[in-house]
Design a protein around this ligand. Structure first.
Ligand code: SF4
Length: 737
């Protein structure tokens, strides 16, 4: 075994010792037996993937300290042995020659990207000295934290103990936030992730802007395939003929921004024709009379002129839903920040789900099953006398104070309102790609006194950092275990190192602990090792810790359906115990208590609406430098309708520059000509066209949709940035073939 290779038996031995010191029973179970990869004997170590945030179960084959293969872990209760192309390509991240290898200190101007190598002690001392100085001068709240993913919990503890409430991740204001707020207002409970979708039992699936198949999460796509093979019907609402639309029984190429009108018309038919689930609504819902009155005028004919869809198609699809209820899955979507009225669209989708009786029913949406979880007895976090700077709970009354509003922190940094923000700590997110209006984000970064980036790869934002700290990849580190309550069976799954960290990278838990020690915050880190940390969290679960380490995941009994709950328990988490079709909370917030369609701005003459999405071989802007995934897709293309391409005089494969209304231009991007997109739209896969020079393979290829988003429409309720409000004009690139 190589010097840096982790001895598997040694590692598991320490687990056993830690487990014995806690209430977790440790049996004499044997480690997972050595396996085979081709003709080689290998150690197989269970962990979870981080090539995206679905957290599939992985088995890593390790030979002499080298990871030779990744495969799906059959013991993982949700993903059951499956990995997608990105999951299989994880070794490409581990052994990427461009990885951040040691701490870096900026020596040039901010943004210039000039650094010198320093050691960890110097880096961490500098971190603590700078943060203490900023706290003394401006207050702890002047430090903002931008986390993302599964791993930032350790850093979040440091920042909260330091005294700042200013933490915001893009998963809320640039992604799922409106959905979670809209469903929360209706059912008293957010949708959550992984989404609790009973696809396999569904008779009819309704996708509204969700392009499953291009957007791949292994278990969801597998269940989708199973449902389709079993004869489920599919309604795909999408301005583009997506992969899912190509499998659909009904494709509704809706005019962008008019989804609420379609949803209201569907409700009109379901209620008007008595096709809704009367017993369910009668027993479990509040506000049916108001809803019924509200949608009376919103006929399919009314919606047809708005949505550009035939009234007969709207009526037919509503009737199909009524016939298949309650086994109808109205997919709640994931990336939901589109037009600035997104909480209301999510509300409309939640109400439709309720009318169909699908929440907590077979073929609809699972109910979560809680799992007992251990916690640490920590001192309370200090108060932040000046409150939050991002507007969560104030300017944006329904924004999550746990997940925050990233763009609210950018606003505060630029304006100094409500108070100056002087430092950013960025962990695991790429603020120039995840937050729209990167022009503003760059300006904010330039204004700061101190910027720290903790990352695995040298994405463009490191150019703006004073200090860059290289984190170990997910295959080299322990993370907080993932406890999933939103699957058919709830489960715990663990991430554990399959080899020791390469180069001078360090696991996040170690970096965070070191930060805490240097800031005098040790009281918030009562555990010393990952083993102690894990043992405390799993203590109330009654698990065999060694078995958990060996298998990587352990499931519990699920109670996913309404029938699994007693009448006293109920299944709706709102304060009334009922589904709130009519939302008094919204009324109190000065908003429409029932969703209403309000027209969105349409593209001016000569411009197209820019829509964007995912490709199965890439995750956001995270994977473009991965050798294997780059080989599968090295750049994105812009989809243009045949008639639009003819008007612009471009042919398939030509390169065009996209220019937005503010004159912002993309890099040249290849044209794909198709009948499968509306004439008023252009489409691109997100994550390409990144700047920076450190990603030798992944930067600079194709066009960046984020770069073109110089305008957004902010949801006044929760602060999310509507990002489908960018209009672009394709212009043939100079010197293009
Ligand atoms: S869907 Fe793919 S990339 Fe995402 S966690 Fe699963 S295997 Fe990894």
């Amino acid at each position: 075994m190589k010097k840096n290779a982790l001895s598997r038996r040694q590692f598991l031995g320490t687990v056993g010792a830690a487990g014995a010191a806690t209430t977790v029973a440790v049996s004499a179970a044997e480690p997972r037996p050595t396996g085979w990869s081709g003709s080689e004997r290998v150690d197989k170590v269970a962990t979870i993937c981080e090539m995206c945030f679905w957290r599939c179960g992985v088995l890593a084959s390790v030979k002499d300290g080298t990871v030779v293969k990744l495969e799906g872990n059959p013991d993982h209760p949700l993903t059951r042995g499956r990995l997608c192309a990105r999951g299989n390509a994880g070794v490409g991240l581990l052994y990427d020659p461009d990885r951040l290898k040691y701490p870096l200190l900026r020596v040039g101007a901010r943004g210039e990207g000039k650094f010198k190598r320093i050691g960890w002690d110097e880096a961490l001392d500098l971190f603590a000295t700078k943060l203490k100085a900023i706290k003394d001068k401006y207050g702890a709240e002047s430090v903002a934290f931008f986390p993302h993913g599964l791993s930032p919990k350790f850093f979040a503890t440091v920042m909260s103990a330091f005294g700042t409430p200013n933490s915001a991740e893009p998963s809320f204001a640039q992604c799922r936030g409106p959905r979670e707020v809209g469903y929360g207002l209706t059912f008293g409970q957010a949708v959550g992730s992984p989404e609790p979708l009973d696809l396999e039992s569904s008779k009819l699936i309704v996708l509204i802007g969700s392009h499953l198949g291009e957007n791949v999460f292994t278990s969801q796509i597998t269940a989708f395939g199973t449902a389709m093979a079993a004869g489920a019907k599919l309604i795909a609402v999408d301005p583009r003929f997506s992969t899912a639309a190509s499998k659909a029984d009904w494709w509704l190429p809706i005019r962008p921004g008019t989804d609420i009108a379609l949803l209201l018309a569907w409700m009109n038919v379901l209620i008007g024709e008595g096709l809704y689930d009367k017993d369910y609504i009668g027993r479990w819902a509040n506000g049916f009379e108001q809803l019924s009155e509200h949608v009376r005028a919103f006929t399919p004919e009314w919606a047809s002129t708005i949505t550009d869809l035939p009234a007969a198609q709207i009526r037919d699809t509503a009737r199909a839903m009524g016939a298949a209820k309650p086994a109808v899955l109205v997919h709640p979507g994931r990336h939901a920040t589109w037009y600035g009225d997104d909480t209301q669209r999510a509300r409309a989708m939640a109400i439709l789900t309720a009318l169909l009786g699908s929440w907590g029913r077979k073929g609809g949406i699972f109910l979560p099953t809680p799992v007992p979880k251990g916690s640490f007895d920590l001192p309370p976090f200090p108060d932040a006398p000046r409150g939050r700077a991002d507007g969560a709970g104030s300017r944006f009354p329904l924004a999550s104070e746990e997940l925050g509003v990233t763009n609210g922190l950018v606003d505060a940094t630029l304006s100094g309102d409500p108070y100056p923000i002087k430092a950013w700590v960025v962990y695991g997110q790429n603020v120039l790609e995840s937050i729209p209006q990167p022009q503003r984000t760059r300006k904010a970064l330039e204004m700061l006194d101190f910027v720290v980036v903790v990352d695995v790869m040298p994405v463009e934002q490191i150019n703006y950092a004073d200090l860059v700290l290289p984190e170990a990849t997910y295959l080299e580190r322990y993370d907080t275990p993932t406890i999933v309550t939103t699957a058919r069976v709830p489960f715990i799954a663990i991430r554990q190192p399959v080899i020791e960290p390469l180069h001078e990278s360090k696991p996040g838990w170690w970096i965070a602990r070191q930060m805490a020690t240097r800031l005098g915050l040790d009281a918030w880190f009562p555990w010393k090792t990952p083993d102690e940390h894990l043992a405390t969290i799993v203590a109330p679960m009654g698990l065999n810790l060694l078995e958990l380490r060996n298998r990587g995941a352990v499931a519990f009994k699920g109670r996913p359906y309404l029938e699994d709950r007693t009448a006293e328990e109920g299944f709706i988490q709102s304060s009334s115990g009922k589904i709130e079709l009519y939302s008094s909370d919204l009324k109190d917030a000065g908003a429409d208590p029932l969703p209403r369609y309000t027209p969105v701005e349409q593209p001016p003459e000569g411009f197209l609406r820019l829509i964007y999405g995912r490709a199965p071989m890439h995750s956001f802007a995270r994977t473009q430098n991965n050798e294997r995934l780059h080989a599968l897709m090295s750049e994105n293309e812009v989809w243009l309708h045949t008639a639009v391409a003819a008007q612009c005089g471009v042919r398939a494969g030509d390169r065009v520059v996209l220019a937005n209304e503010d004159g912002v231009k993309s890099q040249p991007v290849k044209v794909r000509i198709t009948e499968g997109i509306r004439r008023d739209c252009a489409y691109m896969v997100h994550g390409f066209g990144q700047g920076g020079r450190w990603l030798r393979r992944g930067a600079g290829n194709g066009a960046s949709d984020t770069g073109l988003m110089s305008r957004v429409k902010v949801d006044p309720l929760m602060g999310g940035t509507g990002m489908r409000v960018t209009f672009v004009r394709p212009v043939r690139a100079a010197g293009a073939p």
